[in-house]
Structure formats: structure tokens, C-alpha cells
Write a protein of this length. Structure first.
Length: 171
């Protein structure tokens, strides 16, 4: 009887401790990969090794970019800013495994930049989400409101055009 009771306790203990896979965490290798990717962005190191060759990225659009096109997107925007990067404080990261078994890392960040032409400082909330397969990013989605930056760049372009036209009229 004691053996049966001990066996029953052992089975109950085993069953209660046998948990399934982690479905939500704020600490994982995938989150570390995203943090490294963001650090690379901040330092203007355009490494695509974290992406699968077939990875596709979408930023505020339905247009798809390859990993190299994604890095080109960042490089093309860099001259507009004397400084830019993600704030160190207030970053939030989570990794979830969906009911379909997909692994996603979500992050909520604040992007900060200073426009090179006029010194205007921008702070823009950003949401990025990454799907991982075998430790590599296979999908990246980025969402933010670019209105403030777009309006500032349009204002700079309009002022430059007006100055150019004024210079032509003075000739």
C-alpha cells in the first residue's frame, strides 16, 4: 500500500511539473537577436546575417523588402539625420509562440532622431515584430507614424526650392 501511495505521489509530482513549451517570455535567444539587430541599426552596422535569405520586411506598407533592401532603406535615410537611434530606456520586448507554433518577437520602442538640415529633434513610438524560424528572422514588420518626419522633410525641401528659385530670379 505504501509503495502504491508513493508511486501515485511520484506520478502526480511528475505530471504537475511536466510543463509544455514556453509560449510567452521576455527573455530568449530570439529577443537577444532582435536587441543585437537594433544595436547594429544604432551603430549603422548593416549586418544581414540575422535574416534568412528568403526573409521579407514591411515598414508601414505592403511593399516587401529583402534583407539587403531593408539595409539599403536605412542607408538611404541616414543622410537626413545628424543622429538617430532607439532610446535605451522604455524598451519592451516579448517572445510568443502562437497556437500554430510560430515564434514571434514583438518590441515597442522610441526612435529618436535629429534632422541634419535644421537640428529638429524627433521622437517617434515604433512597434516592430519579427517572425523566427530556426533562429533566423523570416518576417519583419515595422509600424510607426512618420507624419512628423515627413512634414519636417517637406518643409526643408520647400525652403530649399524657394531659395533656389529666388537665386534664379536674382541672376
Amino acid at each position: 500500500m505504501k509503495k502504491l501511495f508513493a508511486l501515485g505521489c511520484a506520478i502526480a509530482l511528475f505530471v504537475s511539473c511536466n510543463q509544455g513549451p514556453v509560449r510567452y517570455t521576455q527573455s530568449s535567444a530570439e529577443i537577444d537577436t532582435v536587441k543585437q539587430l537594433l544595436s547594429n541599426y544604432d551603430s549603422k552596422s548593416y549586418d544581414t546575417s540575422m535574416y534568412a535569405d528568403t526573409s521579407k520586411t514591411r515598414y508601414n506598407s505592403s511593399d516587401l523588402m529583402s534583407p539587403s533592401e531593408t539595409m539599403d532603406f536605412h542607408k538611404e535615410n541616414d543622410p537626413n539625420y545628424s543622429s538617430r537611434g532607439f532610446a535605451e530606456k522604455g524598451q519592451e520586448f516579448e517572445m510568443v509562440v502562437t497556437d500554430d507554433g510560430e515564434t514571434w518577437v514583438n518590441c515597442w520602442l522610441e526612435w529618436q532622431g535629429t534632422i541634419a538640415a535644421n537640428g529638429q529633434e524627433l521622437k517617434i513610438p515604433v512597434h516592430l515584430t519579427y517572425r523566427f524560424v530556426d533562429g533566423k528572422i523570416v518576417r519583419e514588420f515595422g509600424y510607426w507614424d512618420p507624419t512628423e518626419a515627413v512634414l519636417a522633410m517637406q518643409k526643408i525641401a520647400a525652403a530649399a526650392k524657394a531659395a533656389e528659385e529666388e537665386a534664379k530670379e536674382s541672376e
